[in-house]
Design a protein around this ligand. Structure first.
Ligand code: ZN
Length: 314
């Protein structure tokens, strides 16, 4: 966790209703919560801004320490501390005004952080937004899982403009999914990306669900694609006695099969025949160490194999 000393004195527009809203420490928040009245039932909540204590842009203060991810002094705007997240069991007993306050805080904080981010980019590079406005020319198409813990740019150090991103549950590439097929076609034919990355992750809830003998309702047809991967590799997977190891291997095999699905598309085959790119890669992210594992997907070899049946370059 990064820490930074912020010495800005500017007060933004949202500060008009926050005159008493200096950010509370976690201990102070817990103390305040302990004193708050607890009600057994509540009426429908409204999203109206409460009368006080919302942490918008913080009023004048010469030096304050915040424990979140900004490493530079921010001179124009500065977000307040992230609100404490209530435990799941707390929601049933929280007072309506506390729920409304929490929802407002978590909503507003995104805009506070956005203003801080925009200010930081501009301070680092005054032409940053002029350059972004000119258009995009990304080198990578990233197809990843929707899991909130794997933000493509943050884990790879890529900047805005570097990657065209598509994410869905369990990073699937289905030929009947107009969304992912449109993304691939646009990325290859128009953006002319050089690399297509399918990135899965160990501990994937979608893959885990597909290993579970249970009716998942609307998710059934989506997860069926992962069950199909299992069936394709049933012999190898069933030979793995340890359940966690089998689960990890299915995550990897799912990535490899989705890479194959990318290569089955006409746009990828035709572009590669003409330009020698894009190259398809299969990676897996690990929560335990934050590192990407390259599955060494052999683009050239798989392309040759696939084109015995799926050749679309004629
Ligand atoms: Zn996942």
């Amino acid at each position: 966790m990064f820490r930074t000393i912020i010495s800005s004195t500017r007060v933004g527009a949202a500060a008009t209703s926050t005159s008493t809203s200096l950010p509370l420490s976690r201990a102070a928040q817990q103390q305040a919560k302990a004193k708050a009245p607890v009600v057994a039932s509540r009426s429908k909540t409204s999203f109206a801004r409460p009368s006080s204590s919302l942490p918008g842009l913080v009023p004048t203060s010469t030096s304050t320490t915040y424990a979140f991810g900004f490493t530079r002094t921010i001179s124009s705007t500065r977000p307040s501390a992230s609100p404490r997240r209530p435990a799941a069991a707390d929601w049933r007993t929280m007072a309506e005004q506390d729920i409304t306050k929490y929802l407002r805080q978590t909503h507003d904080r995104v805009f506070e952080c956005n203003r801080a981010w925009a200010a930081e980019q501009k301070s680092k590079n005054p032409d940053f937004f002029a350059t972004l406005s000119e258009g995009q020319n990304p080198e990578y198409l990233w197809i990843g899982c929707s899991d909130s813990r794997i933000p493509a740019e943050q884990i790879t150090g890529l900047e805005a403009g570097d990657a065209f991103v598509h994410r869905n549950i369990a990073n699937l590439v289905c030929n009947t999914d107009l969304n992912v097929m449109s993304v691939i076609t646009y990325a290859v034919q128009h953006l002319k990306v050089k690399h297509i990355v399918v990135c899965g992750h160990y501990g994937c809830g979608g893959v885990k669900a597909a290993m579970t003998p249970k009716d998942m309702g609307l998710l059934n047809p989506w997860l069926r694609n992962i069950r199909d991967v299992y069936r394709l590799h049933e012999k190898e997977l069933d030979a793995i006695a340890d359940e966690d190891a089998r689960y990890n291997r299915l995550v990897e095999l799912n990535v490899i099969e989705q890479c194959r699905n990318v290569i089955k598309t006409a746009s990828v085959q035709q572009s590669y025949a003409e330009n020698r790119f894009p190259i398809v890669h299969g990676w897996v992210f690990g929560f335990h160490d934050g590192l990407l594992k390259d599955l060494q997907f052999d683009h050239e070899k798989v392309l040759k194999d696939i084109q015995k049946v799926y050749n679309l370059t004629g």
